[in-house]
Design a protein around this ligand. Sequence first.
Ligand code: IVH
Length: 790
Amino acid sequence: MTSTAAQRIEQLRVAINEHNYRYYVLDEPSVPDAEYDRLFKELKALEEAHPELVSLDSPTQRVGAEALSAFGQVRHEIPMLSLGNAFAEDDLRDFDRRVREGLGELLPAGDLFGAGALVEYACEPKLDGLAVSLLYENGVLVRGATRGDGSTGEDISSNVRTVRNIPLRLHGEGWPRVLEVRGEVFMSRAGFEALNARAIEAGGKTFANPRNAAAGSLRQLDPKVTASRPLEFCSYGIGQFEGELPDTHTGILEALKGWGLPISHELQLARGVDEALAYYRVIGAKRDSLAYEIDGVVFKVNRLDWQRELGFRAREPRWAIAHKFPAQEELTELLDVEFQVGRTGAVTPVARLRPVQVAGVTVSNATLHNMDEVARLGLMIGDTVIIRRAGDVIPQVMQVVLERRPADARPVAIPQSCPICGSHVERTQLVKRSKGKASLSEGSIYRCVGRLSCQAQLKQAIIHFVSRRAMDIDGLGDKIVEQLVDVELVKSPADLYTLSFEQVVGLEGFAELSTRNLLAAIAASRQPPLARFIFALGIPDVGEETAKLLARALGSLTRIAAALPEVLTWLPDVGLEVAHEIHSFFEDAHNRTVIAQLRERGVELQEEGELHAEFAACATLAELLNKLNIAGIAATGAKNLAEAAGSLEGVIALSQDWLSLNVTKGLSEKARQGLREFFAVPANADKARTIEAQLREFGMHWQSAKKVVAGLPLAGQTWVLTGTLEAMSRDEGKARLEALGAKVAGSVSAKTHCVVAGPGAGSKLAKAGELGVRVLDEQAFLELLAQYGG
Ligand code: IVH
């Protein structure tokens, strides 16, 4: 038995290792994840049943061993050295010259023109992580160590085992009996961002950059923590070995790849320094689009015999060099924090910095996003901060260097009033709405309440309004808008359409012709398509796409402006949050006035029309019920309920009819309770009715379940009348019930909703009692009819 288990375990380990190899090294997964998971589960189960068969190199052994109290020390048989740096092209040419001189006679003669022979260089990106040594004995990973001071490092064996793309057992065959692989452990940008996002969610500390995150994760005494971090490994060389290896650097890396060790996808050979420089430029151009951060490229003389010949100087090889990219991070001083007011009034802090060169550009301002970010960074004015500028991204403040905080550092204070217009600044907690339940999220923003009376907001609003994709008013550049606002000729977008020749011609930079051109451009913008106009309004969160969608689906400004948030969420991709923004924008009296003025002043919307057919056809009662966010009612419950009740009024009636509700199929107890409680609040019922009314008014083809009489409160119910009624005949009672949508039957069964029993009722009343069917006396019956207006 055990021998078959042992065989199966071995089979599974081989299969899983093969899949890992294809996935991590070749980038060609051969089986779907589900199949991989199945194999993995089977192996885990077998190992649990046979703990004696668990081995250190089993793929299950990555979860993280017990925590340590301290790391052991590891002596590196061959020291782990560092690299000299080249910053400029000339530095690299000097390096190449030194290499060629060092090789002297060994280098074959150059060409007839005396250009000299070329040295082949292996080129790799310089990953920004931390150097690690992995020791394999007989193909099994036995130790992992940090570089430390180069001679002695720390034993991080348990931690490296948790790094997914480090093989615990070498793949294939032909590997040296002892093989020390060296490379970089790093974190991809995506992994880093996910890790920080998790930390923010949990209210924990974030890492300033992927390098710190990788280093912090690898040097954890608890390997389970390391296991939870998205670390990766890339091999770039070897240390000690016993056995045969290829005689070039690229040959060795290819061999490592064959044995299951990941190597760089960007590995290339360059013939001579010019090709090396070309590689530097190509990788430099790709730098920001790589999945991980690099801080340069590394060039290594490819022939190992030449490497040996060149040897070392101090602690750096003469045969390799790092050609660095301009640094993306620098230190500078935070001189002040100023506040800018954006289009929607958000008051955002901006860092004013002592100017510093970062990646070849002088940086004197950096974004701080919001006050939460200031708090997260623990920023004070006067602090020394790390500034980062990557690619085209706006410079950012990454971290405070606390050790350098001066004694007179000042806290950053949020202004009480708007720095532009002096209006009150209001703190709004960010609201997260999901499934209708609004909840306050951690974040908050500060907003100037001045709106268009705040010149900063007004300027931004007009700049947006006239922009190319909005009203497309040619010749109204930012500077002109600022002037028009400053001299108070324009106090709202509607004022653009009252500008006269005399008013404009006097402005700075305007002559007769340019004034005429501007006024002509404004006039030409008077007939915008609806979508552009909606976009131009600058509703928060409504970009061009949402504007187009609103215009296409609803067809008119009147409908868009009137639409209830819930109705807006019928549009694809419009969530409740955006829906609320749109709704409250049009609720705002000032916005209504500006829109009315625009129309009065000749803005005529084009492409207005009917409700889009596709949108018109998508309303169902079930969906409406689902959108009401009644506790316990999700899509399926809503569907069952819609089928049972047939109409919104039916649902409302049913919800308050304890007995009928209890016999309605397809509803959980929670759903029944949720329904009862929801509609017991009159405002909720009214809200539902308003939404329904609006859907009808917009011309949506209201779809209800076919088998029931739509719109009637007792639709789908079966009633029985028995005994004598005093206030009316039985026939009249029957007719009144039918008018409310009920079916009236002659006998009582389990399907009967209710029995109306007058004096003299006999067997039917008894049967109702047996079956637990609800019974009403005449008085209760009359009250019910009155309640439904029947
Ligand atoms: S080779 C003797 N290759 O850079 C040569 N190093 O400044 C040893 N690094 O400690 C290093 N990517 O952590 C080499 N492709 C690469 C590298 C690389 C990153 C790091 C490594 C080393 C440091 C040297």
